[in-house]
Design a protein around this ligand. Structure first.
Ligand code: PTJ
Length: 249
């Protein structure tokens, strides 16, 4: 699946690998037309982070993971970019948390839904997992969102109390918050509406953040809810990190 020309020792290997995954997903019809634009914006912010998980992102990751572990009905939401970049990591995390994935896309078409669900199903089988994957038969709507993008499963997103929404659009993030959910955002842009409004924002690259979560679980680390967690401070720390990296140029 991940065969690319560059050697893993190449300084830009991780970035090239993500681009390759997007190209493969594009060919399979999984992506929205604006997927590459969204990715390019993310890459620019990742340059400013130095392509590392910062201490404040580590802190947010641990707190977010603890909230997902404590959730009564945790759900991991998957859009086209997320499926392209990190299906295996999302499935591994859902398996460890014993929660479902739900495919929920902004630019919804039957063709894209089928392509994304097909890809996830292939990887679920290839990894030897049996994660519940929703999205195929929506029977509910997210209040406050219009059109097909509101479609969701009652037993998934609608009734969830904790939801992970990586690379989310601002309107959907707000609609989920208005439903009273704990909304965990992964977004490289600390200034985006989703990042600013989410309950917990992990300012990190998607596959890095998910790999960190899976690592914490695999190592059996003691991950606990941080009662003093402050999302404004997390966002401020991310911006300060980026500004400092610019000052060093
Ligand atoms: O598949 P769909 O139809 O649901 O559409 C998915 C996209 C991503 C196209 C759609 O949700 C969209 O247009 O998103 P935005 O509003 O461009 O927001 C995406 C955010 O994700 C931006 O703030 C980017 O900086 C950020 N981002 C992009 N790539 C990554 C990322 N954050 C973390 N890791 C990444 N790899």
């Amino acid at each position: 699946m991940d065969e690319i020309a560059a050697d893993p020792s190449h300084p830009r290997y991780a970035s090239l690998l993500m681009r390759h995954r997007l190209e493969v997903a594009q060919a399979k019809g999984m992506l929205a037309d604006s997927a590459m634009i969204a990715h390019g914006r993310g890459e620019a912010f990742d340059y400013l982070l130095g392509e590392v998980t910062t201490p404040s992102a580590h802190k947010a990751t641990r707190h977010a993971l603890a909230c997902m572990m404590e959730g009564r009905r945790t759900v991991l939401s998957v859009n086209g970019n997320v499926a392209a970049l990190a299906t295996d990591e999302m499935l591994t995390l859902a398996d460890a948390l014993d929660c479902p994935l739900e495919v929920n896309i902004f630019y919804r078409t039957p063709e894209r839904m089928e392509a994304i669900l097909g890809h996830i199903s292939e990887r679920n089988e290839a990894l030897g997992l049996d994660v519940t994957v929703l999205g195929h038969a929506p029977n509910a709507s997210i209040p406050g969102l219009k059109g097909p993008r509101a479609s969701c499963h009652k037993e998934g997103i609608l009734d969830s109390d904790v939801i992970l929404v990586p690379l989310e659009d601002g309107d959907r993030c707000r609609a989920l918050l208005e439903m009273g959910k704990t909304v965990i955002v992964i977004d490289l842009n600390p200034l985006s509406r989703s990042a600013q409004e989410g309950t917990i924002t992990i300012v990190d690259e998607l596959s890095r953040a998910l790999t960190n979560m899976v690592g914490l679980l695999k190592r059996g680390e003691n991950v606990v809810v941080d009662s003093k967690y402050n999302n404004e401070a997390t966002l401020k720390a991310a911006l300060e990190w980026m500004l400092n990296s610019l000052k060093q140029v």
